[in-house]
Write a protein that binds this ligand. Structure first.
Ligand code: SAM
Length: 237
């Protein structure tokens, strides 16, 4: 199978066919080629085979796309690394505005290059989440915050929920442990002004179990949060 066929069949099997048009597939093929090229000198991912990247990076990221809905949202990806889920989501929803935040600037070089090459509405922000979340320009300014593979849920909520507007949402892409993490994070979610509104467990083909947690911001986050990273890590909420 060529790239487009593998991409389209992978997405169809996951119920993501709306994001599998020929036009979108062509963008993902460019993203794949550039990812492998960049990865040869700067480590972004251990997965480089075509089918693996399509399933574990592209399709996995796109499982968050249906949570965006029809509106043009202001979206933040906390700890985007080499651009996941930001880049796939921006290809799927070019009407939204994305900010890709990571503390490792060299990974953001790739994200910025791809935003330019594919004309995606993505701005990069090289910074630590817990510092930026205290700045008025970013605190409680986003309609939707997404994050994948950054920290366990109690820590992740402290890093992400302060960015969400009241009435906005945080969508966490978690692995098979997601439901267990949710029980650990119940206190943190409430303390930070959140409320779980949906949880979805499914299998991402050969990549195994995944859980998507959708948390609504129902009250402002107390100003004491997020704390310094050492504190978040030492005594998670
Ligand atoms: N989200 C990407 C993905 O799924 O491929 C990258 C995941 S990588 C395992 C975790 C990323 O989170 C790293 O790039 C790291 O620099 C970033 N990160 C961890 N803690 C952070 C923080 N407090 N502020 C900003 N970025 C952070």
């Amino acid at each position: 199978m060529n790239f487009t066929e593998t991409y389209q069949s992978t997405l169809a099997a996951l119920g993501l066919a709306p994001y599998a048009t020929d036009e979108i597939a062509a963008k993902f093929e460019t993203l794949y080629t550039k990812l492998v090229e960049f990865n040869s000198h700067t480590n972004l991912t251990a997965i480089t085979d075509e089918a693996g990247v399509i399933l574990r990076h592209f399709a996995d990221s796109l499982t968050a796309a249906p949570y965006i809905g029809e509106k043009s949202l202001k979206i933040l990806d906390v700890g985007c690394g080499g651009g996941f889920p930001t880049l796939p989501l921006a290809i799927a929803h070019p009407d939204c505005r994305f900010t890709a935040l990571d503390s490792t600037a060299k990974k953001l070089t790739f994200v910025a290059e791809m935003a330019d090459t594919l004309s995606l509405p993505v701005t990069t922000l090289p910074a630590r989440a817990e510092e930026v979340a205290q700045m008025p320009a970013h605190r409680e300014r986003y309609d939707l915050v997404v994050s994948r593979a950054v920290a366990r849920l109690p820590m992740l909520c402290e890093l992400c929920l302060p960015f969400v507007k009241v009435g906005g949402r945080f969508v966490a892409l978690k692995g098979a442990d997601g439901e267990l993490e949710l029980t650990e994070a119940e206190h943190a979610i409430a303390k930070l002004g959140g409320r779980l509104i949906s949880q979805k467990a499914f299998t991402l083909g050969d990549a195994g179990g995944r859980v998507i947690l959708e948390i609504e911001k129902v009250r402002p986050t107390p100003t004491a949060y997020p704390r310094a990273f050492a504190k978040i890590k030492k005594t998670p909420l």
